[in-house]
Design a protein around this ligand. Structure first.
Ligand SMILES: Cc1ncc(COP(=O)(O)O)c(C=O)c1O
Length: 427
């Protein structure tokens, strides 16, 4: 039985396997499959490998920790969990200081809502019945997180399991598809949030607003400058907590350490995942001392919380990020890719948008109609040329470029030329 056949025979059908290749080893942005074919990774395993595949410093940290202690559980402290918590507090914006560890972004988001609800009931004396999320949002695929996620295709046949009461979706600042200019889009979407809290739901019933600084799965939607800061103002005026979901936008991806730094926002809770574990499953939340006071010991925990090996990898990863200034490289190389794509002036490209190396290319037909067929073709053509890229967006018409942040300008330049060629071929 070949490896591919084992995959078909023994893995559940839920996995969206796009190409049945078996990836075996990787280094930097290069990946090799079991047949020796080489690919350049411009997707980083859903935006996880920010620091490059198999970075020697991260590999060493994992080996060293594995020899010391692999797991113990957070009823005791362990060295990497403590060191990483301190490091996260140092690099997080504003008053974010208190860390909780989870395994996945889904769990981190669930934990953030649980904490916000507790805080709003216990410390603010509210009902805390509602949480506001946004159209096009993606926050995971558990029960509550599926509810917070907007896209209906993930919720089919799941009934209440994917539609918890108390989650309200409001229009997101997806200004490319807004019938008006960017300023009107900005004002309209912000006014809706304020209006809903004040007049439809009542501030006393709203525990939190949750927002991705750049909406990844929804199609790399970048809010207008200042939008998130205005959202923070609305949250403050109405005494509602602001949760920033940095699972995908964190750890240098947008050209800053965290995506909400673009707007100098002070969040109440930040969720983290993906790159946090530098390739190992690790996620978490970080909050202020004030909000943390709502927990009682034992209120929240999971078996693998604070796993020493994952935390050691995460700590080494942050050191690599800071030492190699990968966020600065992301900003520079991201501008290069986006600039070149914009200059191509292809009519099929509706919009090129992004921050740092979190880039979306929205492909359209006449009248801005989504073009998912061409998008799929581009992905296939790029694959044939040896590139792994992503696609996404509510309409499946956004090419997603999210390479490791260590990608060189030369590698990015060549990829962009090949991408432009592929888009022309798919048109
Ligand atoms: C912003 C955001 N939040 C949460 C999640 C869920 O993370 P995970 O797949 O690790 O559960 C994702 C995953 O793509 C995400 O992009």
């Amino acid at each position: 039985m070949s490896l591919e056949e084992i995959g078909k025979e023994y893995l559940q059908k839920a996995y969206p396997i796009v190409y049945p290749i078996v990836l075996e080893r990787a280094r930097g942005i290069e990946i090799w499959d079991s047949k020796g074919n080489r690919y350049l990774d411009f997707f980083s395993g859903f935006g996880v490998i920010n620091y490059g595949h198999s970075h020697p410093k991260i590999v060493q940290a994992v080996k060293d920790q594995m020899e010391k202690i692999a797991h113990i559980g957070m009823i005791y402290y362990n060295v990497p969990a403590l060191q990483l918590a301190k490091k996260l507090a140092e690099i997080s914006p504003g008053d974010l200081k208190k860390v909780y560890y989870a395994n996945s972004g889904t769990e981190a988001v669930e934990g953030s809502i649980k904490l916000a609800k507790k805080y709003s009931v216990k410390e603010q004396g509210k009902t805390g019945a509602y949480v506001i999320a946004f159209d096009y949002a993606f926050h995971g695929r558990g029960a509550l997180t599926l509810t917070l996620t907007h896209e209906r295709k993930y919720k089919r046949l799941l009934g209440h399991f994917a539609n918890y009461p108390g989650v309200v979706h409001l229009p997101s600042p997806y200004c490319f598809r807004f019938p008006g200019d960017e300023e009107t889009c900005k004002q309209y979407t912000l006014e809706k949030v304020d209006e809903y809290i004040r007049y439809h739901l009542g501030p006393e019933n709203v525990a939190a607003i949750i927002m991705e600084p750049v909406m990844g799965e929804g199609g790399i939607i970048v809010p207008p400058d200042g939008w998130l800061k205005e959202l923070e103002k609305i949250a403050r005026e109405n005494d509602v907590l602001l949760i920033v979901d940095e699972v995908q936008s964190g750890f240098g991806r947008t050209g800053k350490i965290f995506g909400h730094e673009w707007d100098n926002v002070n969040a109440d809770i930040m969720t983290m995942g993906k790159a946090l574990g530098a390739g190992l499953p690790l996620a978490g939340t970080i909050t202020t001392e004030k909000i943390d006071s709502a927990w009682e010991p034992g209120d929240h925990n999971v078996t693998f919380s604070g796993n020493p090996v994952a935390c050691a990898a995460g700590l080494a990863g942050i050191e690599v990020l800071l030492e190699e200034k990968l966020h600065e490289n992301a900003l520079k190389v991201g501008e290069l890719i986006m600039g070149k794509l914009r200059d191509s002036s292809l009519s099929i490209i509706g919009e090129v948008r992004g921050r740092g190396l979190f880039i979306g290319v929205e492909l359209v037909k006449e009248g801005k109609k989504p073009n998912p067929e061409a998008t799929k073709k581009v992905k296939d053509l790029m694959f044939k040329k040896g590139y792994i890229i992503g696609t996404g967006g509510m309409f499946g018409n956004v090419v997603r470029i999210e390479p490791p942040l260590s990608v060189s300008a030369e590698q990015a330049d060549k990829m962009t030329d090949d991408l432009i060629e592929s888009i022309k071929e798919a048109s």
